[in-house]
Design a protein around this ligand. Sequence first.
Ligand SMILES: *Cc1c(COP(=O)(O)O)cnc(C)c1O
Length: 365
Amino acid sequence: MSGNSVEERVNRWIRPAIRELSAYAVPNAEGFVKLDAMENPWPWPGELQDAWLDALRHLRLNRYPDPRATRLVSALREAMALPQGSGVLLGNGSDELIQMIAMALAGPGRCVMAPEPGFVMYRMIATFVGMEYVGVPLRENFGLDEAAMLEAIERHRPAVIFLAYPNNPTGNLFDEGAMRRIIRAAPGLVVVDEAYHAFAEASFLGDLESHPNLLVMRTLSKLGLAGLRLGLLVGAEPWIREFDKVRLPYNINALTQASAEFALRHRERLEIQAARIRAERERLMAELEAIPWVKPCPSRANFILFRVPEGAGEPVFEQLLGRRILIKNLGAAGGMLRDCLRVTVGMPEENRLFVQALKAVKIGS
Ligand SMILES: *Cc1c(COP(=O)(O)O)cnc(C)c1O
């Protein structure tokens, strides 16, 4: 019995909160119809691909990238019509922005709050930085429980509240009025996470000026650039200035800066794709509604959450896998998402294969 084995050292030094976590799991999708991760399924046409490669040709990878990504920030300001005078902070995906916010706010007695079920990174990142996480259950229909939120705000005085608009994994837009009352009641920051903005066509950017504790976060991931890892946080300059201090130098690499600038110059392509995805979402929704044992939830995102009969979540997921279709099984943890699965809106052919496979599933005994 030595007290010096690697395991013992790990157990002694890695914080218990971290040892209890599981690393964020990403399944291998090789050979599958991939409908699990809210990616835009549409590739770029060949000539656009060539023009992109041309745009990268001048890059000098021996040099560090522009530390402030000045040109990219200007392009984003214009493309997203960001309010004049607002500050902008870029992250290596919006996940990194959530991490920067948490790092700057962490401290004894400080907590992160979000409605549940919600985006898992809010809780995980709170844990990484040693902050308490308070999840406030949504109502049965996945709407905000305004009274419960206001009560939790009063009780916990959260340093930051994350409201995903639309919410992931439920896909719905929360009630605007309830959101505003929560923002006004919050003593700390409220971050409205608009990862699915392109599919929701609703935003709180216009509220920034009238709410001094509000920040809006967006990402290019769901719009069609998941591989680039680029998110942005928009809000009053004094907030952005502070968060910028915990940003690692050169967090947005040269390939991402140049590629995102290129993509924004051709953003009508992304907008057309987003419109196609919205149209496909409505078609897929109608198909799901027509299956008697499937209960889809209204979606303003590029995915649909649906519930299957009690106990059928796992078998449905497995049988789809057997037909080489990968979606997301959310029911494992039980609770409000028991027997719930989430499918990303794919290309028409992918959606057709998914619906066909779903209809062929054998449930119950
Ligand atoms: C996907 C997602 C993100 C993360 O986006 P990245 O920019 O790829 O890190 C953030 N928030 C919500 C709600 C998401 O669904």
